[in-house]
Each structure stands twice: as C-alpha cells, then as structure tokens.
Design a protein around this ligand. Structure first.
Ligand code: C2O
Ligand code: CU
Length: 519
C-alpha cells in the first residue's frame, strides 16, 4: 500500500473513532494503524501493593500488519508482549497471526502487567473470566489513553482453565469492544494448577488451542467491520457475522496428528457468531471443561454449543485411527431464533447456523499411547450451594426500538448503578435472566465464575442437546424466550463490576450495566 493511501486511511479511522459513526460508515471501512512516536506516561499501579511479583510483562496494544489470507497482508490492531520476569513459557507469541500472545499463568502466582496503549484511541484490557479486583478488571471506567501506560497487578486466584483477554473500551460515543476485538485485540490466557496437572491430560503437542473468529475481507485483504445501509442495521441488531471463519487467525488448516488422545481447547472469540461443535464422522463430542475449568466428569454430547466468549475443553481419542485417516471438527447447521433468518437477507456467504469446517486432524503417525481419560476430573471446587432461601435477582432482556437491547429496561449508563444492581460481599445469589427477545444473548458477569442452576422455556431445539451447563462458567447462552438461572458468590473483592451481553455489538450498543459489590 502506498504511503499516501495509508495516511488517508488513517484520517478516516480517526474521524470515525472521534464521532462514533463507525457503525454506519459505508462498506470498505478499513482498519488502519497510526504512526509510532507515542509518548509513554507511567500511571499508578492498580492492584497489589507489593513490589514482589512472580511474573512481570509488558503488553503493547498496537497497530500492525499481518498476513491472514494469501496475498496482501491485512492491517490489524494486536497485542504483543515481552516477558520481564517469570517462567520462560509464560508468553508464547503468535507471530504470524493478529492474535495476542498466549499467556500461561499458574494458580497462586502474582502478576504485574504494564499495558502500553500505542493505538490512536482509548483502550482497556479485560482479563475475561478471572477473579481479580475491580480496579484491574479492565473496565470502561478506567481507559488507557493513547500513548499512556497503565500497570496492573493481581494474584492468580482462579483454578486451572482457559481464559482470555480482550479490549473493553467504551467511550461517550458508545462501545468500541466490537471494533477493537475485531481488529485483533484478543489473546488466550491459560491458568494451570496442581489438580489439573495431576490428571495428566494430553499436553504439549497433544494439546491444541483453537480460537474461532469470523471476519469479512475486502478486495485487497482489508478487514471490513460493518457493512453499509441495510447490512449495517442488520449487523447492529444481530451482531456482526463475518463471511468466513478463521481458526487461530488464519483459514482453518489441517493438523498432522498421531493415533493417540488429544485435548482441544476452544475459545469463541467471535463478535457474535455461535458455533455448534461436532465431529465430521458423527462421533460424540467429549466435553471435559468449560469457561472456568474442568468439569467434575467428562460428558458426551452429540454436539457442543459455543457462544461468544465461551470456552470448551474437548477430549478426543484417535488411537483407533489408521495413518491416512482424517477427522474434521466442524460447526454444524442450526437455527437460532430470529438470527436464523439472516441467510435470507441475502448478503452473507456464511450465515449464522451454516455448516463449515473448523479444523482437520490428519493421522500421520501410529504410536503406542494409552492414556485413558480419567473418570473424575475437576472435583476439588465444590458447586455453590443454593436452596429455596437463596435470593433470586431477575433480569429481563428486552428489545429497545431501533436501539438494541436493554437489561431490566436499562442501557449502559457509565458507572451508575441502580438499587437493584447492588449486592453484598460474601452473599450467594441466583441471577435469573429472562430473554423476551427473539435472539439468543450470551450473558457474561465479570469477576467470578458461576454455576448454571437450570433453564426453562426457550425454543432452542437445534442447539438444546449441546448446551453444556455443568461446571463453572462466566458466560451463559440465554436462548429466545428462555429463562436461565445461575448461582454465584461475591467473594473477596468489593467495588464495581459489569455484566453484559457478550454479543459485542449488543454490548457496544448498551446491553451492559455496572453492578456494585458492597463491602
Ligand atoms: Cu469478555 Cu465484559 O467481557
Ligand atoms: Cu445480546
């Protein structure tokens, strides 16, 4: 791309960011970078007071250019990290992808991260799923300005699991989560612990990490976020659905494997797309973990549903295969309320609920490996006890004419918290989400992991048997007309947290609220 052109595009992006009209710009809006030369300003350290940290790293949010499709590289925004202190395997770069480095932490470690904003607009970094103090949670109320550095510190209190980190910027003009995450600001964060290590699950080369995202590209491989006109309205209403799927930031690939068991850990890092994970030969999907780590025991499902922001841990045994055999992980066909109609609206080559491949496992080698799957997995963390006296707090998800969706009739209103959004530190509560809209909403609560108590109503027939509700979650899919109850305990940290729909376009349009944990 010529110099002149890139300067021009830069101007377009700035203007869009400044006025908040990004969502309505015509097709072909391009993601662009900005010049270097940003000035680092050290801000106060949030979180732990101690000077002693087990792990310390720099995390840069920056424009970059990476090859995604054959041909010209694409301009992206992405994270890069430098490990300053800690075990060598803490940071694994994904150099050929826009995805941020995979950060591997151990339960009990103290971690200090210097976040450098080298983008032309405000950003924040949210540690999705982690139980961290409110001030280091990466919320919109603590933006990092362009050129500034914010240092956050926390102790890893969570059990082993697959978490992730992503932008959570939301300014006066509205949310930027959808745009910034789409531009590439997301990465995996793995927590390890003793209990999980003791199970000797497939690891190293036998653990496959899979980040699923959908994207739309213009002619010269430029990422396109929102279409124009009618398409853009639909995008805002339904959430952005790209016309091709990327696995780990690239078109799905073939992976050479051996005749042995594998652990496949999947994140749905898409803005709005739901996946229906299944095996091409129809074998059951063996689920061993969800958002907040391992289930108590493995569960076989005909397919497994993965909504935006959710994670699934899948175990598969290829030991009966012969070299030359192949197995595909696919997303299978489904209907999801009103969103299913999108295909009929015409424009998208890959409507929500289409069938497409995610990864191909090709058996290249025969090995002797019998590693049976343990019958008991994560048993140390007890489910949150609830009974008929447990307080139930209800949240109605409802449409707002032309403006997206509301929670109990309210939309995002900065840090303003209503009386019924205040909870007490130490309390156990059941939150009940009632979906009175024709669309599914993946509801996410910051700062904790919850148990799904139950669901009723709803018309999720083509996804029903794949909803994994056991174990620990931070995001739960609430189908149209459905009521879902989740149990949680507000432990350790008081202060402001947020809860929202993780369909990023819904969230950005205001389907998000703060709640307050009162000490
Ligand atoms: Cu993954 Cu509030 O976000
Ligand atoms: Cu939603």
């Amino acid at each position: 791309m010529s110099r002149e052109k890139s300067v021009h595009r830069r101007t377009v992006l700035r203007a869009a960011a400044g006025t908040g009209v990004l969502l309505t710009l015509s097709p072909g809006l391009l993601l662009t970078g900005c010049d270097g030369g940003v000035k680092a300003v050290e801000s106060e350290t949030l979180g732990l007071d101690s000077d002693e940290y087990d792990v310390e790293l720099n995390l840069h949010a920056m424009p970059d250019s990476v090859p995604i499709l054959p041909g010209a590289p694409s301009e992206v925004w992405r994270y890069r990290a430098e490990l300053l202190k800690g075990p060598q395997n803490t940071v694994t770069e994904n150099p050929d992808s826009y995805l941020g480095p995979t950060i591997r932490l151990r339960h009990g470690q103290t971690v200090k991260i210097h976040i450098h904003n080298e983008l032309p607009e405000d950003t924040t970094v949210h540690w999705h799923g982690l139980h961290v103090p409110s001030d280091v949670d990466g919320q919109p109320r603590l933006p990092i300005r362009p050129g500034e550095t914010m240092t956050v510190g926390f102790e890893v209190l969570d059990r082993a699991g697959l978490f992730w980190y992503h932008s959570h910027a939301h300014g006066k003009q509205g949310g930027r989560v959808g745009f910034q995450s789409y531009a590439g600001l997301a990465g995996l964060l793995i927590v390890e612990d003793e209990e999980e290590a003791g199970l000797k699950l497939p690891s190293g080369d036998n653990e496959l990490l899979l980040v699923l995202q959908d994207r739309t590209f213009a002619g010269n491989n430029e990422l396109v976020y929102m279409g124009g006109g009618m398409g853009s309205m639909m995008d805002r209403m339904h959430g952005f659905i790209g016309d091709r799927v990327l696995a780990n930031g690239a078109p799905p690939t073939t992976r050479k494997v051996a005749t042995r068991p594998y652990r496949i850990r999947v994140l749905n890092g898409s803005n709005a797309r739901i996946y229906k994970l299944a095996w091409s030969d129809g074998r059951p999907v063996t689920v061993i973990g969800a958002d907040g780590g391992l289930l108590q025991e493995p569960e076989d499902r005909p397919y497994a549903v993965l909504a935006p922001a959710q994670r699934l841990d899948i175990w598969v045994d290829l030991s009966e295969f012969q070299p030359g055999d192949a197995l595909e992980l696919i997303s299978d066909r489904f209907r999801a309320g009103m969103m299913g109609g999108m295909g009929m609206m015409g424009s998208n080559a890959l409507p929500l609920g289409s069938r497409f491949p995610l990864a191909r496992l090709e058996v290249a080698e025969s090995v002797e490996a019998s590693e049976p799957l343990p019958a008991q997995l994560g048993v140390q963390r007890q489910k949150i006890p609830v009974n008929r006296n447990t307080r139930i707090r209800s949240f109605e998800l409802s449409p707002v004419m032309m403006r997206g969706f509301a929670i109990n009739g309210r939309r995002f209103d900065g840090t303003n918290v209503a009386d019924d959004e205040k909870v007490r530190l130490g309390d156990t509560e059941i939150w009940e989400f009632h979906n009175s809209t024709p669309m599914p909403h993946p509801m996410h609560i910051h700062g904790l992991q919850f148990n799904v108590v139950g669901r009723r109503g709803g018309n999720s027939d083509s996804l029903q048997q794949g909803l994994v509700d056991s174990g620990w979650h931070d995001t739960v899919l609430v189908m149209p007309r459905e009521t879902v109850q989740v149990a949680m305990k507000f432990e350790r940290f008081d202060g402001l947290y947020i809860y929202h729909c993780h369909n990023m376009e819904h969230e950005d349009a205001g389907m998000m609220r703060y709640f307050q944990v009162q000490g």
